[in-house]
Design a binder for this molecule. Structure first.
Ligand SMILES: [Zn+2]
Length: 187
């Protein structure tokens, strides 16, 4: 799925505990998007596409490097190291990473109809390739509906709890936003 969809779904996971902190929510949300860092190779691939030695870092490494059990362990460990409540944060970060992988299995079919399997046991074994024959397209209506639902949930959470993903950039921007939606949608 799109990184934006992963972001808002992970934000939902980050809000699973009502007494979470801003830092806890940021760590879990970023953990849920982290697997797609392996897609950054697209920059090198596009920049070198017309050269004599084009790099295929996106084609070769996206959905490979960051979408496996070792990456999940690394992301979960970093989340635990950065957090003050290590167990809760690590568990939810691990959940966010696996929700990401699951979402990619169900909804990341390429425009050419290409299925994109998840090599879950890499680098230890390539024997497992998660795939689902019903996988819908990356730009399918299902992904759009899930994104709208996740963004809607973020609005409801912001209205109720007083924090939105904006707090990751600026608490002031978050407060202005929460104030605005509370005025617009009073109890
Ligand atoms: Zn992904």
């Amino acid at each position: 799925m799109n990184p934006i969809t992963h972001f808002f779904l992970s934000w939902g996971v980050a809000n699973a505990l009502p007494n979470s902190t801003r830092r806890h929510r940021a760590i879990i949300t970023l953990a849920g998007v982290a697997p797609d860092l392996d897609g950054l190779g697209i920059v090198a691939e596009v920049l070198t596409s017309k050269t004599q030695q084009p790099l295929h870092w996106w084609t070769d490494y996206h959905h490979v490097l960051g979408h496996n059990i070792l990456a999940a362990i690394v992301v979960t460990s970093i989340a635990a190291l950065l957090a003050s409540s290590r167990v809760h944060t690590a568990l939810l970060a691990c959940l966010a990473v696996h929700l990401h992988l699951l979402c990619d299995v169900v909804g990341a079919r390429g425009p050419d109809g290409d299925q994109w399997p998840i090599p879950y046991l890499l680098p230890f074994s390539s024997s497992v390739q998660w795939m689902w024959h019903g996988q819908w397209a990356l730009n399918g209506w299902q992904n759009i509906a899930i994104t709208i639902a996740a963004v809607g949930a973020a609005f409801v959470l912001a209205r109720r709890r007083g924090y939105s993903p904006l707090e990751m950039v600026s608490t002031r921007a978050n407060d202005v936003f929460v104030d605005a939606i509370r005025k617009r949608f009073p109890l």
